[in-house]
Design a protein around this ligand. Structure first.
Ligand code: GLN
Length: 483
């Protein structure tokens, strides 16, 4: 039962082969048995899950249908869930029960999903290996000594280990696509504004975007359908009609123009990954795509620009955690300053403090022009590069990450080494573009992802191309041993 995709679950439920309650109990038992190895959940919500499953079964018995009605999922622990701990992977919010549901959570619940729990993540979504979580690292089911990627590492580990078919994630600089790549999943970061950020705890507001992690493009289409859409509560949400993503999956890709940036294949890319990317290009060519080399000349500036802009926004967003209104408060503060200092010093981990320091520095009066303003200009150049490229091609293809999953701890003493892993993913966030990662093979038994980027609001194109690829390859069907 645990091997089923969302699409298969929807058919099974519609055909009355099993009930949502049966499926939910099976998966909860599987989580209890296997998650101690993975640490992919911060909180389990068994009671909520069973009541949602029973409600979904009752709705089906009353003649309702829907691809997500009765489907078990989990939410990254930065989506607010009413009355349930929403920790953001931080000691700061270890005691925080959200007073309301995030729009994404509410929309998916209305569609009938069953929430099994809240998944592990890097603290405040800052990281690429799930190693900064207050709740400990999550492990990669393909090799338990390796990271599952981050920051949506718990969602990725859980779905890859078949603890559940799909989960939500968020992507500020790659946190859906990179863990998807490192655990053999399909993950989609939608266009900025496509999915509401209301109730999603902010890291860098101009970059953050929620999206689905699943095993197939088809399942990402189903989950995205439940997440996407205009939300008047989010001032950056875009009022554009949401297409029927599943209905768009059958289109031929004959004649589709795919651009492969020459800058993607420089030093730093594991040559074995480069080979697998070339093989995926061949596969798409067989399906009728026309592949050509393109250039994204400002790509080299993306990491420095991102690591100014994201910390700058984070330093502002995280100022709300002051030990007064909610979250962690230090013991016996001497005065107000001591309360602020110690609550933040004790409540935030090292990586979050590093980002706040960098961000506050970049925004300070003497340095704003030199750092923040320059980074914003680079951001525009990167966007312009993409706009120029999309005049000639329909899609951009390349690796999702330069390396496969690293060993837990291998990068802990060198934060910049971890930042460099984001080189292929952060440009889509800086430009606001949609991007998808899908399985493309293995290196030393560890999964490798290929990334597709599309023009604004072309999530459907990404999903369709990935679906066509998955109809003709079987990387995405491989299951980690022991799971
Ligand atoms: N690794 C990047 C960072 O640490 C991206 C994280 C994310 O997308 N949330 O900022």
């Amino acid at each position: 039962m645990h091997q089923m995709t969302l699409a298969e679950i929807a058919r099974g439920l519609a055909d009355k082969k099993f009930s949502s309650e049966e499926l939910t109990r099976t998966l909860l038992a599987r989580i209890a048995q296997l998650d101690p190895q993975l640490n992919s959940f911060i909180s389990l919500t068994e009671d909520l899950a069973l009541s949602q499953a029973k409600a979904a079964d009752a709705r089906r018995a009353n003649g309702e249908s829907g691809a997500l009605l009765g489907a078990p999922i989990a939410h990254k622990d930065l989506f607010c869930t009413q009355g349930i701990r929403t920790s953001c992977g931080s000691k700061m919010l270890d005691n925080f029960k959200a007073p309301y549901d995030a729009t994404v959570v509410a929309k998916l619940a209305a569609a009938g999903t069953v929430t099994l729990g809240k998944t592990n993540m890097d603290e405040f979504a800052m990281g690429s290996g799930n190693e900064s979580s207050y709740y400990g690292v999550a492990r990669n089911p393909w090799n338990l000594e390796h990271v599952p990627g981050g920051s949506s590492g718990g969602s990725a580990a859980a779905v890859a280990a078949r603890l559940l078919p799909a989960a939500t994630g968020t992507d500020t600089g790659g946190s859906i696509r990179q863990p998807a790549a490192l655990t053999n999943l399909t993950g989609l970061k939608p266009t900025y504004g496509r999915v509401s950020r209301w109730g999603m705890i902010a890291y860098a507001s101009s970059l953050d975007q929620g999206g689905p992690l699943a095993r197939t493009a088809e399942d990402c289409a189903l989950l995205l359908q439940g997440m996407a859409g205009f939300d008047p509560q989010d001032s950056t949400s875009i009022d554009e009609p949401v297409p029927d993503y599943a209905a768009g999956l059958g289109a031929s890709i004959q004649g589709l123009r795919i651009g492969v940036p020459k800058e993607y294949f420089g030093a730093g890319l594991d040559p074995r990954i480069a080979e697998l990317i070339q093989a995926s290009i061949k596969e798409l060519e067989k399906l009728g795509a026309i592949v050509k080399e393109i250039s994204l000349p400002n790509m080299q500036h993306a990491i420095p620009a991102y690591y100014v802009i994201a910390p700058a926004e984070a330093s502002s967003n995280l100022s709300r955690f002051d030990g007064v209104r909610f979250g962690y408060r230090c013991e016996n503060p001497k005065d107000l300053t001591d309360l602020y200092k110690r609550s933040r010093g004790e409540g935030f981990g090292a990586e979050v403090q590093r980002r706040i320091l960098v961000g506050a520095y970049a925004l300070s009066a003497g340095y704003y022009d030199a750092y923040y303003l320059q980074a914003q200009k680079i951001r525009r150049l990167i966007k312009n590069d993409f706009m120029a490229a999309f005049n000639d091609v329909d899609l951009i293809l390349g690796p999702t990450t330069p390396n496969p999953a690293w060993k837990i701890g291998a990068k802990s003493s060198d934060p910049v080494a971890a930042y460099l892993e984001d080189v292929y993913t952060i440009t889509a966030n800086l430009a606001g573009l949609p991007g998808l990662s899908m399985p493309a093979g293995f290196v030393d038994g560890l999964p490798v992802g290929v990334q597709l980027l599309a023009p604004y609001f072309q999530e459907g194109r990404l999903l369709n191309v990935a679906h066509q690829y998955q109809l003709n390859t079987d990387w995405h069907t491989r299951t980690p041993e022991g799971f």
